[in-house]
Write a protein that binds this ligand. Structure first.
Ligand SMILES: CC(C)(COP(=O)(O)OP(=O)(O)OC[C@H]1O[C@@H](n2cnc3c(N)ncnc32)[C@H](O)[C@@H]1OP(=O)(O)O)[C@@H](O)C(=O)NCCC(=O)NCCS
Length: 146
């Protein structure tokens, strides 16, 4: 039981998990996106009795310096998705995955979420820094320094 880096063999399971849990996500082709994150080793799964019950994926962006137009040392880890099978939600699995995500060595953490999840991410020190319209819905961008 616990967390491990996802492999290609997990692609179908994590794509199905995505389709089941993310109702208004922005991945039109979830398997393509999952495949990309798995190839880059930017996908972690949570296993229980050899069954995948949770997953999170992220992406690293190096921040562009607007003066020099060079990418500096400051890096952001965007939390692209975090999900837990509905029947396992509320048992701390999301918390374990958030702690793992927040251990990535970057200078900033960022994510986009529905307004209904602001409280969830505030528990981990995130604060709203902007709003965007995505899929015709208002969403928020939240940030936390490392
Ligand atoms: C969000 C998600 C990953 C959390 O995983 P989880 O395993 O249920 O989370 P945990 O068990 O670690 O934490 C649950 C805690 O967060 C709280 N919580 C859950 N949703 C919340 C919200 N919208 N606002 C505030 N707190 C919230 C719960 O009350 C619970 O608190 P408690 O521990 O004091 O009882 C899971 O609910 C999920 O997969 N949701 C569907 C997919 C999704 O929306 N993902 C986010 C995309 S941005």
């Amino acid at each position: 039981m616990g967390l491990r880096i996802a492999t290609k063999k997990d692609l179908k399971t994590v794509t199905d998990l995505y389709k089941l849990t993310i109702k208004d996500g922005y991945f039109k082709f979830p398997s393509v996106n999952m495949n990309r994150h798995i190839s880059r080793k930017q996908a972690v799964v949570f296993e229980h009795d050899k069954k995948i019950i949770g997953c999170f994926i992220w992406q690293i962006n190096k921040i562009l310096n607007p003066i020099t137009m060079k990418r500096g040392k400051n890096t952001t880890a965007w939390l692209e998705q975090i999900m837990v099978l509905p029947e396992y939600q509320g048992r701390g699995i999301g918390c374990d995955m958030m702690k793992k995500y927040l251990s990535i060595k970057v200078t900033e953490f960022r994510l986009v979420c529905n307004e209904s999840l602001i409280g969830y991410y505030e528990q981990y020190g995130f604060e709203v820094v902007d709003t965007i319209i995505s899929d015709k819905k208002q969403k928020v961008i939240m940030s936390r320094t490392a």
